[in-house]
Design a protein around this ligand. Structure first.
Ligand SMILES: *[C@@H]1O[C@H](CO)[C@@H](O)[C@H](O)[C@H]1NC(C)=O
Ligand SMILES: *[C@@H]1O[C@H](CO)[C@@H](O)[C@H](O)[C@H]1NC(C)=O
Length: 177
C-alpha cells in the first residue's frame, strides 16, 4: 500500500517536472516583434518614396504591448476579429499562423502591409483598394514606432500590433509624403 502511494506521488512529481521542461512555453513577444528588423523593413519602404526613417519608440512599444496583452487576456483570437486600440497613435495590426516560411512577425507584417502600395494613388491621394496600412508606414508625419504581439491557439496564431507616433493626419487633403 505504502509503496503504491509512494509511486503515485513520484509519478505526479515527475509529470509536473516534465510539463515544466517540455510543456508549451509562452513565446516571448520580443521574439515575434524583432524591433530592429521591423524598423529596417519600414525604413526601406519609406526610402523608396523619399520619406525620412523612423526610429523605435519604447513608450509606444509599451503601449502596443499593453494593448496586445489586453487582447490576449480577453481571448480575442478569431482571425480578423481584432479591433484597433483607439489610442493616440496611428496603428497597424496583422495576424498570421505559424508556418515554415514568412511566419508572422514585425518584419513580415511590414512586408504584408507593403503589398498595398499599388492600391495607393498619389495623384488623387486615394486608395483604389485597401491601402491604409501602407500609407501609415510611409506617413512623413510619423517619426517613430513601437510594436507589441501576442499569440493564440496554443501559440499557433500570431498577432502583431504596431503603433506610430505622431498619428498621421491621413485625411483627403493631406498626403502621407
Ligand atoms: C515616443 O513617444 C512618446 C509618447 O508618445 C513621445 O513623447 C516621444 O517624443 C516619442 N519619441 C520619439 C523619438 O519619437
Ligand atoms: C510631408 O509630406 C507633405 C505632403 O507632400 C509635404 O508637404 C511636407 O513638406 C512633408 N513633410 C516632411 C517633413 O517631409
Amino acid at each position: 500500500m505504502l509503496s503504491s502511494r509512494y509511486s503515485f506521488v513520484v509519478l505526479t512529481l515527475f509529470s509536473v517536472l516534465l510539463t515544466r521542461a517540455y510543456g508549451l512555453p509562452k513565446v516571448r513577444p520580443i521574439y515575434d516583434i524583432q524591433p530592429r528588423k521591423t524598423v529596417e523593413a519600414h525604413n526601406k519602404i519609406r526610402a523608396e518614396v523619399g520619406v525620412a526613417p523612423l526610429v523605435w519608440n519604447k513608450t509606444v512599444a509599451a503601449y502596443a504591448q499593453r494593448f496586445a496583452n489586453r487582447q490576449a487576456k480577453a481571448g480575442v483570437c478569431d482571425y480578423g476579429s481584432m479591433k484597433h486600440s483607439g489610442g493616440p497613435y496611428g496603428e497597424n495590426i496583422a495576424a498570421g499562423w505559424v508556418q515554415p516560411e514568412d511566419q508572422m512577425s514585425g518584419p513580415i507584417a511590414a512586408k504584408y502591409w507593403y503589398t498595398e502600395k499599388p492600391n495607393y494613388d498619389y495623384a488623387t491621394n486615394k486608395c483604389k483598394d485597401v491601402c491604409g496600412h501602407y500609407t501609415q508606414m510611409v506617413a512623413n508625419q510619423s517619426f517613430s514606432l513601437g510594436c507589441g504581439s501576442f499569440r493564440c491557439h496554443d501559440n499557433e496564431l500570431i498577432y502583431i500590433v504596431c503603433d506610430y507616433y505622431p498619428m498621421p493626419v491621413g485625411d483627403e487633403h493631406t498626403r502621407p509624403y
